[in-house]
Ligand binder design. Structure first.
Ligand code: CA
Length: 222
C-alpha cells in the first residue's frame, strides 16, 4: 500500500514495473525524465523510488545525488545494466539503498521493494487521519473505530487489517497482500490467520462489510 515513484525512460520496462507493483497493491507514478523524476521524488509524496540510471535531461546518479543533497531520505532502488554494476556500487555510496541489475525478473525487484518498505516502515502510508467507508469510520490518530454511531473495540491487529481494507475499499486484496501488510512476510503463507481475522472483523463491523472473492481474496464493501 505504498506510493512508489518509477523514474524510467524505457516505456516497456516502466509499464512492466508499474503493472507489477500495482498488482502487489501499491500506487505508482511513472516519469521518464531525470529532472522531472527529481522534482517528484523531492515532493515527499512517495514512499519509495525506483530509479533508472540512463535518463534524459539528468542521469539517475545525478538525481540521487541531488535528492540526498537536499535532505530527502526516501528509499531508492537503482535499476542498472548488468555490465555497469561496478558504477552502481559507487552509486550506493552516493545514497542509493539498493540496486537491481537489468534485465531482472519482476520477483527480484519486488523482493527488494518489499524489504525497503518494511525497513522504512512506510506501510501503510495513507496520510488521511480518518477513513470512512461503508458506514465504518476509522480514526487513525486515536485508533478508534465506529460503525454508524456505535463505537467498536478493535485489537491492534484488527485495526491494522481494517485500515488496509478501507484504504483499498472496493478492491480485492489477496491473502498474501493482507498477510504481507498486516503480519509481515515472515508469517507462514499457508496460515489461515487472515481468514480468522476477517471473521473477527465481520463480527465487529457487520457481516456484509467484507466480501469473499472466491479463489482471490477479500474485498471491503464501500
Ligand atoms: Ca534508461
Amino acid at each position: 500500500m505504498a506510493r512508489i515513484l518509477i523514474v524510467e525512460d524505457e516505456h516497456r520496462i516502466a509499464s512492466f514495473v508499474a503493472k507489477g507493483l500495482r498488482a502487489d497493491g501499491h500506487l505508482t507514478t511513472t516519469v521518464g525524465d531525470g529532472r522531472e523524476g527529481l522534482d517528484h521524488a523531492l515532493s515527499g509524496d512517495h514512499d519509495l523510488v525506483v530509479l533508472d540510471i540512463g535518463l534524459p535531461s539528468m542521469d539517475g546518479l545525478a538525481v540521487l545525488d541531488q535528492l540526498r543533497a537536499q535532505g530527502s531520505r526516501v528509499p531508492v532502488i537503482v535499476l542498472t545494466a548488468r555490465d555497469s554494476v561496478g558504477d552502481t556500487v559507487s552509486a550506493l555510496e552516493g545514497g542509493a539503498d539498493d540496486y537491481v541489475p537489468k534485465p531482472f525478473r519482476f520477483a527480484e525487484l519486488l523482493a527488494r521493494v518489499r524489504l525497503r518498505l518494511r525497513q522504512g516502515q512506510a506501510v501503510p502510508v495513507d496520510r488521511r487521519d480518518v477513513l470512512e467507508s461503508g458506514g465504518v469510520r476509522l480514526d487513525l490518530r486515536t485508533r478508534r473505530a465506529r460503525v454508524g454511531e456505535r463505537e467498536v473495540d478493535l485489537s491492534a491487529r484488527e485495526f491494522a487489517l481494517a485500515e488496509v481494507f478501507m484504504v483499498n475499499a472496493g478492491q480485492v486484496l489477496s491473502r498474501e497482500q493482507l498477510l504481507d501488510h498486516v503480519w509481515g512476510l515472515d508469517f507462514d503463507p499457508g496460515s489461515n490467520v487472515v481468514d480468522v481475522y476477517v471473521g473477527y472483523l465481520r463480527r465487529k463491523l457487520g457481516a456484509g462489510s467484507i466480501a469473499t472473492a472466491r479463489g482471490m481474496g477479500y474485498r471491503f464493501n464501500r
